[in-house]
Design a protein around this ligand. Structure first.
Ligand code: PGA
Length: 253
């Protein structure tokens, strides 16, 4: 991995203020492992509190609205998140694409809204089990990303892509390193096509889906894996930093 590996925790709809102690512990551990870039996306309600508690790790949000302000009850804009201390936004997570009917076009608008608010973007993509079984995973992910990635100039500078096969999320069944590398190479080729050689190559591509301390070293040592997006295993400092430690100590290929 050329750049520092990027290990991002997605707390999803988990966490009350009682969990701030975990965020503090993650931050303290991250200060001792500077070889790895660590970040957390807590629920909206904790963004400001986590931002105030930590010194080292990045703090981000799990979603944003595509607009800047207005009559959108219950929604939160990218600039409001930035104001609360968020530096990045995860967009296009499968739990939003499926659970909230988000289209590729909406995901693209959200990514562009986050970039316009000077935030970084983690763009998620990934196929379901049926699509993989049918041998169409690469085609599906390529089409999904082509229709979701931001079209703004210099978008790639603030972009991270996270490949998260839906069948691997929260199931304990991670994709194999070989399958991850195959998909990440296709994503890399697409990024180069869309953003040019230099910018396209600089985008980090994370893997997500049942990453745990026990499998992290093997996954993170695979070719073209620039880090991990971690759900369940990011909820305690022990397991999350186990993954970050593995990222800083890859296997020799
Ligand atoms: P998981 O979730 O690590 O719990 O599988 C990953 C994700 O949804 O980002």
């Amino acid at each position: 991995m050329a750049e520092r590996p990027y290990i991002v925790g997605n707390w999803k709809m988990n966490g009350t203020r009682a969990m701030l102690s975990e965020a503090r512990a993650i931050d303290r551990a991250a200060q001792r492992h500077m070889k790895v870039e660590v970040a957390l996306a807590p629920p909206y309600t904790l963004i400001h509190a986590v931002h105030r508690e930590v010194e080292q790790i990045g703090v981000g949000a799990q979603d944003c609205h595509p607009g800047t302000d207005g009559a959108f009850t219950g929604d939160i804009s990218a600039s409001m998140l930035a104001d609360a201390g968020a530096k990045f936004v995860i967009v296009g997570h499968s739990e939003r694409r499926m659970g909230h009917g988000e289209s590729n076009e909406l995901v693209r608008q959200k990514a562009q809204a986050a970039l316009s608010a000077s935030m970084r973007v983690i763009m998620c993509c990934g196929e379901d089990a049926e699509t993989r079984k049918a041998g169409r995973a690469i085609q599906f992910v390529t089409e999904q990303l082509t229709a979701s990635l931001p079209e703004m100039a210099d978008a790639a500078e603030k972009l991270t892509v996270a490949y998260e096969p839906i069948w691997a999320i929260g199931t304990g069944n991670n994709a194999t390193p070989a399958d991850i590398t195959e998909m990440h190479r296709e994503i890399r080729a697409l990024l180069v096509k869309l953003y040019g050689e230099e910018q396209g190559k600089a985008v980090r591509i994370l893997y997500g889906g049942s990453v745990k301390p026990e499998n992290a070293r093997e996954i993170l040592s695979a070719d073209e894996v620039g880090g991990a997006l971690v759900g369940g295993a990011s909820l305690t400092a022990d397991s999350f930093m186990g993954i970050a430690l593995a990222a800083g100590d890859p296997l020799d290929n």
